[in-house]
Design a protein around this ligand. Sequence first.
Ligand code: IMP
Length: 192
Amino acid sequence: MIVLLASRNPGKLREFKQLLPGIDLIPWPPEAPEIPEEGAFFQDNALQKATFAKAWWSEHGTLRVDGVLADDSGLCVDALWGGPGVLSARFAPDLAPEPKNRLLLSMLPPGQPRGARFVCVLAWVPFQGGPRTFSGAVEGTLALEPRGTHGFGYDPIFIPEGERSTFGELPEAVKHGMSHRGRASAAFLAEL
Ligand code: IMP
């Protein structure tokens, strides 16, 4: 099965290659336009990304694919009213991951609860048939400082429920077994 992944995020691409073995994933090509994400909810954005990518690929694609998969995801922090949430990719965009993670942690008022969750919505738009969405979430808390070098993005500051290590410290296979993207991918695979 050949699937166009509507993302250029190298962290997501690496994870999907591990999470969806047996599926031939084509990343969003460098010459293609930026994929819009203008919605207020993960689901809206995932559907917008997938339908945009399908329309562009129908006109410009060089290979026949079975469908398009899009991921909209983010870190929702309780003490920040659910932020950065759908804006996770656009939070402090000029900062490298380490200072960005430190900036986010500095915004947590001292003594406030440190609860947070990662959320992922996948939109699947087959070339024949209607769109479907699959979601996954993982509850956890924010670390006091970034720890670990595995994964990407906010992984070094997120401690999943039941663990003492951050996603940045845990082996990737352990992350996949409990992560938002791992859960949404399992639902997608079950549907396929
Ligand atoms: P978007 O889905 O393109 O809007 O980007 C989601 C953003 O959320 C990413 O760029 C990361 O900053 C963050 N994010 C989503 N999933 C993960 C994850 O598994 N680990 C760390 N950060 C993530």
